[in-house]
Design a protein around this ligand. Structure first.
Ligand code: ZN
Ligand code: ZN
Length: 344
C-alpha cells in the first residue's frame, strides 16, 4: 500500500509498505479521504515528529475486523481519531482527555495518508464514529478539525451575543466563525491579510472583515465596535506577535483564546496589572477528545460544516507534497484533502 511519509518540510515521499496485520480488537480500513491539517504545516512542529506518515483526519471503510470486534462490522463507513483516551485515569475523569497518557501514546498505523489504516483497539473503542448516510467520507474528514474548534469554544465559554474577533482565516478560522455562530455569537469580525480568505469569511457569515495588510488590527476593530473591542478574541496564527496583537483587542471582562501554539521558547511580554484590572483571561486549547468529536459529528450531520462548501482542493496521494505546500502557503485555499477512490 502507498503512504505519504514526511522526512523534512520539503521532503515528502510516497512509499510502498506492507498492509499492517490486524490483531485482536483492531480493524483495518480502506482509506477514502484524509484532510491536510493546518497544524501539520508548522515546520518546527512536524519536523520534530519526522519521519512520519502524515495525516490525522481520515475516513474509510472497514475491510477487515480482528478477533473479538463485535460493535463494528465490515463495510462500516467510519471516522477515527488519531488519539484515544483511556477513560479511567485522573485526567480522563476530569475531561482533560488530551492530557491522558494513553491518548498521547495511542495512534493510527501508520497514519492517515495511507491507502489502508490499522485502527488499534483503543482508538476503535474510544474514538471511532460510524458515519451516518448523509455524512460523506469527505464530510467525515472535518470531524477532527471541527472538534478542535468545539473544544476551544467550550474552554473559552463563549456566551450568547459575544462580539468575537477571529484572527487568521484559514480553514480553522472559518470553522471558528461557523461554530461561534452556532453558539449564538453576536457580531463576528474576521481578520487576515489575504483577500481570498477575507472574501470567504464574508461569504460564510462574518459581519465585518479587517484587512491587516492595510490597517492595524486594533484600530480596525475600534472603528467597527465604536471602541468596545471584542469579548472573545480567537488567535489563529502560531506566533507570539499575533497573540500580543490579539490581547490588545480584548474588551475588559473578555478573553483571548490561543488556538495554535507558538514555537517552543517564544515568550510573551504581558502586563499582569493590565490583565488583572481588566479581568482579561488567556485561554489555550490543544487538540480534542471524544466528547468533542461527538459534538463535531453532530454539527456535521446538521450541515453546519460540510465538505462541499469548505474543500477548495482535492489531490491524489501521489500529489501529497503539492497539497502540503499549498496549505503551508496559506493563500487562495481553505481545506485541501487527499482523496482515494470513492471519497464522496
Ligand atoms: Zn488536525
Ligand atoms: Zn486517561
Amino acid at each position: 500500500m502507498r503512504v505519504a511519509r514526511l522526512y523534512s518540510f520539503n521532503d515528502i515521499r510516497i512509499e510502498d509498505i506492507p498492509v499492517p496485520p490486524v490483531g485482536a480488537g483492531d480493524v483495518l480500513i480502506k482509506t477514502h479521504a484524509c484532510g491536510i491539517c493546518s497544524g501539520d504545516v508548522m515546520p518546527w512542529y512536524i519536523e520534530e515528529k519526522a519521519p512520519i506518515v502524515l495525516g490525522h483526519e481520515p475516513t474509510g471503510e472497514i475491510v477487515e475486523t480482528g478477533k473479538g470486534v463485535t460493535y463494528f462490522q465490515q463495510g462500516d463507513r467510519v471516522f477515527t481519531h488519531h488519539h484515544a483516551p483511556c477513560f479511567t485515569c485522573r485526567y480522563c475523569r476530569r475531561g482533560d482527555y488530551v492530557q491522558c497518557p494513553t491518548w498521547k501514546s495511542s495512534h493510527l498505523v501508520p497514519g492517515g495518508i495511507s491507502e489502508y489504516i490499522l485502527i488499534p483497539s483503543i482508538n476503535l473503542e474510544n474514538d471511532t464514529i460510524v458515519l451516518s448516510k448523509n455524512v460523506s467520507y469527505e464530510d467525515g474528514t472535518f470531524i477532527e478539525p471541527t472538534a478542535c474548534v468545539v473544544k476551544g469554544l467550550k474552554r473559552a465559554r463563549i456566551r450568547n451575543d459575544d462580539t468575537v474577533l477571529i484572527i487568521g482565516l484559514g480553514i480553522m478560522g472559518i470553522l471558528n466563525l461557523l461554530i461561534a455562530r452556532e453558539h449564538g455569537a453576536g457580531k463576528v469580525i474576521c481578520a487576515d491579510r489575504v483577500k481570498f480568505r477575507l472574501d470567504k469569511a464574508l461569504e460564510y457569515g462574518a459581519d465585518y472583515t479587517i484587512d491587516v495588510s492595510e490597517r492595524a488590527l486594533d484600530e480596525g476593530l475600534k472603528d467597527i465596535t465604536g471602541g468596545g473591542m471584542a469579548e472573545l478574541v480567537i488567535v489563529g496564527p502560531s506566533s507570539a506577535e499575533a497573540m500580543m496583537e490579539g490581547l490588545k483587542c480584548v474588551r475588559p471582562g473578555g478573553q483571548a483564546l490561543f488556538f495554535t501554539p507558538a514555537r517552543p521558547g517564544e515568550t510573551l511580554a504581558i502586563d499582569p496589572n493590565y490583565l488583572y484590572f481588566n479581568d482579561i483571561n488567556i485561554i489555550t486549547s490543544y487538540s480534542c477528545g471524544p466528547d468533542d468529536t461527538a459534538d463535531a459529528f453532530e454539527l456535521i450531520e446538521k450541515g453546519v460544516v460540510s465538505a462541499e462548501r469548505l474543500v477548495t482542493h482535492r489531490f491524489p496521494i501521489a500529489r501529497t507534497s503539492e497539497a502540503f505546500a499549498l496549505t503551508a502557503k496559506a493563500e487562495n485555499s481553505l481545506k485541501s484533502l487527499i482523496v482515494f477512490d470513492g471519497s464522496k
